[in-house]
Design a protein. Sequence first.
Length: 273
Amino acid sequence: MPELPEIESLRQKLAPKLKNAVLSKLVFRRADLRAPLPKDAPKRLCDKRITSITRRSKYLLINFENAPTLVVHLGMSGRFFFAPKQLPLDAHDHVLIDFKDGRHMRLRDPRRFGMLFLCDPAKQAAHPRFKDLGPEPLEAEFSGSYLLSCCKRAQTPIKSLLMNAHRVVGVGNIYASEALFLSGIRPTRMAARVTAAEADTLCANIKRVLTRSIAAGGTSFRDYVDAEQKPGLYAVNLNVYGRAGRPCPRCATTIKRVTQTGRSSFYCPACQK
DNA sequence: AAATGAACCTGTTTGC
DNA sequence: TGCAAACAGGTTCATT
């Protein structure tokens, strides 16, 4: 389900519900998730109280009192939701979580690109999965001048640069195409040929599309569901993503699709140079 | 160092 | 209709 807005929306919804909840049971139904938890993980987290839910990139961090942080990544197809305990098990319900107050959550992920791992909260930034990540796109550190400095020394198309988590995290395939459309820049343009003014515009548009989508509740995915398994509202208006062959909403030119590093990019050949 | 392509999986959509 | 190929939101690994 995830791009960054979906994860951030989920975080915002989960935070008040899970704060102060005490974990009573953690069950793994299969051992071959991408980052297998240590065998003693249930023991280390049981009877521990959740203090907060935070986010880094597309990772959801469940922070406990006097216990390691449980980090959840939903990959491409993960869902993390409350359910009645007696809900019949789906073949892809990989992780079951019970709380002392009787509530029950599940991690369901058919493609199994998602992962869970434990992380020492005191050494979070140094964790192998976090230490090489670029800035958060919605923080001030991600600015037009920062983006420009990345572009200057890059030898890759701008779309590939935006998707590179070493440069900036959380800009996924949908919002990379959308931000480039709003900025009038083709995804195939070499990053080094992006001007300072364009870098400013692009940075602002990345923040704009992400912020707008978070405000709408994270709604861009057809199989997105929130923590209560409610589908998204599809309130975010996508201009080019997934619209190859259809008219550009601005100029009616036919939108094109190209493949870059194995991913689809969409653009208007007239509006984007 | 930086960039590319393949790999990890299953489910759904598209095209013949 | 049926079947196979193409495609899907992300990250990571090996190879240049």
